[in-house]
Design a binder for this molecule. Structure first.
Ligand SMILES: [Cu+2]
Length: 304
């Protein structure tokens, strides 16, 4: 019996090693943050690139590398689930057919089988390992920008978003949804906002989130970003849009009666257009800028 167990462990560790090596090869190159596939094309604008669609199933299409990495991981786990489901269905079907009363009138009274028991412990552990390694890699990939081109402060407030661009003149503004009666034909209901977040295409955006009152959550599915905004705490994450377009999201942490009032709209535009917007925004939002004392407090808050 010990020899059988030894053989099992030998085979299991061989399988685990092969699995890990295969995963290393598969997942390695895809998760570099400076691996920019496209810098965006001037004049190339897609409207509603990242938005939910009626009867849509599955994940929203990827607008950048973080979401692509999420897609890859989702696909891996989905195929593992499919394989397990098929295996269990076949096993169930076989047992029902092979051990039915007419074919097997005197059932066996066996209650233990060491090899089987080790197998159904070791195999799930291996499956979990195969899921855990790319899962941790994805979590660390999403965690922070290694080499950010731009920082945006995102503050969740009851019930609107407050955005600031500390390294582009430190202007700040609020973002609120457009009422139904004022919607233009290309603006999705409950998602379009008056003052969208504007970002340059192809830039790694560092996002620092804070909460003013309660916990909100900054969630833009097509860019693969979701981060809580917590009062008294600064959290970091990052994203990048590789195609110009508009990406929609929402606060997805129930934050009070007007929780629905917090849609997110991100416009990714070519670098030159972004610079022009920054110059305009500095003037436009100058009046809304916080007093120096308040700005100091905010900076101290962020550097904590
Ligand atoms: Cu909220």
């Amino acid at each position: 019996m010990q020899r059988v167990i030894g053989q099992w462990f030998g085979r299991a560790s061989g399988l685990a090693l092969a699995g890990l090596l295969a995963l290393g090869g598969l997942m390695g190159p895809a998760l570099a943050q400076d691996n920019r596939t496209s810098g965006g094309v001037v004049g190339d604008t897609h409207s509603n690139l990242g938005a939910p669609i009626p009867w849509g199933t599955g994940l929203q299409p990827a607008g950048g590398p973080v979401k692509e990495a999420i897609h890859d991981f989702n696909t891996l786990v989905l195929w593992i689930i499919v394989a397990i489901t098929i295996f269990v269905m076949i096993l169930l079907g076989y047992c029902m057919w092979r051990f039915r009363e007419s074919a097997n009138p005197t059932p066996s009274r066996t209650s233990h089988n060491t090899v089987l028991e080790i197998a159904w412990t070791v195999v799930p552990v291996l499956i979990l390992l195969i899921i855990a390694i790319p899962s941790f890699r994805l979590i660390y990939y999403e965690d922070r920008a290694r080499d950010a081109d731009l920082t945006i402060n995102v503050q969740g407030r009851q019930w609107y978003w407050h955005y600031a661009y500390p390294d582009h003149g430190d202007f700040a503004f609020d973002s609120r949804p457009i009422p139904d009666e004022d919607l233009k034909p290309d603006q999705p209901r409950n998602l379009a906002v008056d003052e969208p977040l504007v970002i340059p295409v192809g830039a790694n955006i560092r996002v620092l989130t804070t909460g003013q009152d309660v916990i909100h959550s900054f969630f833009v599915p097509s860019l693969g970003v979701q981060k809580y905004t917590i009062p008294g705490r600064t959290l970091e994450t990052w994203f990048r849009a590789d195609q110009p377009g508009t990406y929609y999201g929402q606060c997805n942490q129930i934050c009070g009666t007007n929780h629905w009032f917090m849609p997110i709209m991100v416009r990714a535009v070519p670098q030159a257009e972004f610079q022009a917007w920054v110059e305009e925004a500095k003037k436009k939002y100058a009046a809304a800028e916080p007093a120096p004392a308040e700005a100091g407090t905010r900076l101290a808050e962020l550097s904590r």
